[in-house]
Design a protein around this ligand. Structure first.
Ligand code: NAD
Length: 386
């Protein structure tokens, strides 16, 4: 412990992601004992003094702030971690970079391309380490999917299919905006399911299958007006409740993506399937330790979908956990991201996805929304490996 270098964390926002990240910082050193860096929970910031004090005590932060600017200005903070709604990402990230802090920021990068570009410029100009929490990359079965694809086992890829389905906004009585409902307010969120859910699918897709070149999308807003939680007034709903798009990848394969918060019965069904010339793989967040794999080279009498339980020591990250056969959970993706971030400080390598990597996902989200608005195909401007 004494020999480890400290990395002093200042966390902004203590909701859902504040908890997952705090858990990640608390557990990374236990399970990745070889890391040279150790996170220290120096300060947490949220606007409500009682809530932030309770959060600090629950998760072990040394101190609290109620103004993020005060947190960013502190000399005893090395890294600012942004877990606020999307409308705060750009302002906090740019200020943190200008103060010379490392910046870890929740997805999506920001609400708009302008904000996103300014954030990339700020971290690159300041030369500070940066990363975006597209955490699904770091579930072992998803990382294994990347290894299988990169090994060439699938051969030429023909299809990439992904869904992210929820059902929590079906009631017309649900207000928009304010604490915990900011996702329904376009001013706070930027967009609806496109930035919130499809951004995850797009990040994973481009990591696994390369650049998305162009898109054709439709979006729908099923409930047109909702009461705003802060003003008490009925207001137009300006987010996309559902979005479906198809696309061309740079490698010639076709993509099909769907996301909605109106799929009754689905709480967080994130699935993807990739069909190649020789083999296919598929994954389902509800069964996150499994990767399904079909290999056409198997003898025909035993050929079929294999269900690989990704819990063995030679599978990604799993040598750090229990014994073969025992699964891990959603929260481990954040522990892995903390560990990879700390490792990147040792190696000097970027911690992917960086702000610049996440800008590519942002470009695709922007093209999706533009395509839906115009009814025409849109180029994304993304190329190369992500
Ligand atoms: N990686 C993932 O899988 C994942 C999952 C959920 C959310 N997210 C992202 O994480 C971010 C936060 O989402 P959440 O679900 O944790 O939201 P949340 O509503 O649960 O928490 C947001 C927190 O930010 C605080 N906050 C808001 N404005 C603030 C300000 N000006 N100063 C300080 N604190 C402020 C709120 O009080 C609250 O504590 C969003 O960008 C969201 O898109 C990512």
């Amino acid at each position: 412990m004494e020999n480890k270098k400290e990395i002093r964390i200042g966390l902004v926002g203590c909701g859902f992601m504040g908890r997952t990240h705090s858990n990640g910082y608390n557990r990374a050193s236990n399970f990745f004992p070889d890391l040279q860096y150790r996170p220290v929970l120096k300060a947490v910031c949220s606007r409500n003094p009682e809530k932030v004090a309770a959060f600090a005590s629950q998760w072990g932060y040394e101190s609290t702030e109620t103004d993020w600017k005060a947190l960013v200005a502190r000399e005893d903070i090395d890294a600012v971690d942004i877990c606020t709604p999307n409308n705060m990402h750009a302002e906090i990230a740019i200020a943190a970079a200008e103060a010379g802090k490392m910046v870890l920021c929740e997805k999506p990068l920001a609400r708009t391309m302008d904000e996103s570009v300014a954030m990339v410029e700020a971290v690159e100009k300041a030369g500070v380490k940066n990363t975006i929490w597209y955490n699904y990359r770091r579930l072992p079965a998803v990382t294994l999917a990347k290894q299988v694809i990169d090994s060439g086992k699938l051969g030429r890829i023909f299809h990439y299919r992904a869904n992210f389905l929820q059902d929590w906004t079906i009631s017309a009585d649900l207000p928009q905006g304010g604490e915990s409902l900011w996702r329904l307010d376009a001013n706070a969120a930027g967009s609806g399911v496109t930035g919130d859910l499809l951004a995850h699918c797009i990040d994973t897709a481009m990591w696994l299958n390369g650049a998305i070149k162009d898109v054709s999308a439709v979006t729908e807003t099923f409930i047109k007006e909702r009461m705003h939680q802060l003003s008490g007034q009925m207001q137009k709903v300006a987010i996309d409740d559902a979005c479906i798009f198809h696309c061309h990848f740079g490698n010639g394969s076709l993509g099909l993506f769907e996301s909605t918060r109106y799929a009754r019965g689905h709480k967080a069904l994130y699935t993807f399937e990739i069909n190649g010339e020789h083999a296919s793989i598929r994954w389902d967040l509800h069964d996150l330790n499994r990767l399904e794999y079909f290999d056409h080279a198997d003898e025909s009498n035993v050929r079929g979908w294999r269900s690989i339980h990704v819990t063995d020591g030679d599978q990604p990250y799993m040598d750090k956990w229990w014994v073969p056969g025992l699964g891990i959970g959603y929260e481990h993706s954040f522990i892995h991201q903390v560990a990879d971030f700390l490792k990147s400080l040792e190696t000097g390598e970027p911690c992917a996805p960086t702000f610049r990597d996440a800008l590519q996902t942002q470009k695709v989200c922007e093209a999706v929304l533009e395509s839906a608005a115009s009814g025409s195909w849109k180029d994304t401007g993304v190329s190369g490996n992500i």
